[in-house]
Design a protein around this ligand. Structure first.
Ligand SMILES: Cc1cc2nc3c(=O)[nH]c(=O)nc-3n(C[C@H](O)[C@H](O)[C@H](O)COP(=O)(O)OP(=O)(O)OC[C@H]3O[C@@H](n4cnc5c(N)ncnc54)[C@H](O)[C@@H]3O)c2cc1C
Length: 276
């Protein structure tokens, strides 16, 4: 069972609890991006099981009036089994979602998966349009990738990058990553007509996005993780589109560990909750 400590960051172990969470957030005008926890599968069976679980989730969402989307990980849908498996399972999920007008986001994982992820995104963006992909500002290649995506339908989420790529391919210094994030944001506001998502909790990046929105008048949405800056999410949602990324499922432990170790405020929360 999900311990109370993890409930801040994870929307329960079942699809039903994730949908309950979605309804609560929707009441505060926050949309929810649901992610079934799972990644790095080296066998087809768990990848296929997760693709089926996403299709069932899509059917469940379609029976409600919930504002919900999905976010899937390429290695969850079989990228390590083979690119063909990934493409096949992603197609299954995107087609289920497309039938119900639901958007499927594709998370970006380790830099070795970027090409396969973008190729799959491009295919589905041209074919269905109901897809989005994440780009990481810490990767040196990202300005080229943004140019490639600028003329495609579909959505793009810009994040700083959660992985630890080597210096040959990525900026190591956080100030340099922030600088790249701002440069990419400006490119997106200037060249994308729609579909910009700013995936950050950083007040400086969010302020920059708000300024660029005033300058270029391009619509955008803010995306934040469940459990992080929750009050800010509700405040922002009063004036603009906010989507919360909410993971759920039984494989919550490593996700929870990542959240409490990446940020001092998250770690303080965990320590406070553990205090007798
Ligand atoms: C919706 C979403 C989807 C994501 N998808 C991906 C993905 O597909 N691939 C990937 O590599 N990464 C992804 N990430 C993670 C991302 O790359 C970053 O690792 C993560 O968001 C931390 O960076 P940050 O921009 O929030 O700011 P940070 O650089 O972590 O923090 C900057 C500032 O933000 C504020 N802040 C941050 N966290 C807190 C907190 N807990 N409490 C209070 N203030 C805080 C503080 O002022 C802090 O100084 C995603 C993030 C989000 C929000």
């Amino acid at each position: 069972m999900l311990p109370p400590l993890a409930r801040r960051f994870v929307a329960g172990e079942s699809a039903a609890s994730a949908l309950e969470h979605t309804r609560r957030l929707n009441d505060d005008d926050i949309g929810v991006i649901l992610n079934l926890l799972g990644e790095h599968y080296h066998e087809r069976a768990p990848a296929e099981a997760d693709a089926e679980a996403y299709c069932r989730l899509i059917e469940d969402v379609a029976e409600t009036d919930l504002r919900a989307r999905l976010s899937v990980k390429p290695t969850q849908l079989g990228l390590f089994v083979g690119e063909d498996t990934f493409r096949e399972l992603l197609t299954r999920v995107v087609e289920c979602a497309s039938d119900h007008g639901i958007v499927v986001w594709i998370d970006m994982e380790d830099y070795t998966t970027t090409d396969a992820t973008l190729d799959a995104f491009e295919h589905h963006a041209r074919e269905h349009g109901n897809v989005g992909v994440c780009l990481q500002a810490n990767l040196k290649r990202t300005s080229g990738d943004l140019q490639r995506l600028a003329d495609l339908p579909g959505k793009v989420r810009l994040v700083k990058g959660a992985y630890d790529p080597p210096p040959e391919v990525a900026y190591q210094d956080s100030a340099r990553v922030d600088e790249a994030f701002e440069t990419h944001l400006e490119y997106m506001f200037e060249h994308f007509t729609d579909g910009i998502a700013v995936g950050s909790h950083d007040p400086a990046m969010l302020a920059r996005a708000a300024t660029l929105h005033q300058e270029y008048d391009t619509p955008y949405e803010v995306q934040m993780l469940m459990g992080v800056r929750q009050r800010a999410q509700r405040d922002l949602a009063r004036r603009q589109a906010v989507w919360q990324y909410a993971p759920y499922g039984s494989k919550w432990l490593s996700y929870f560990y990542r959240r409490v170790t990446e940020n001092v405020d998250n770690a303080k929360f965990a320590l406070r909750a553990l205090r007798p």
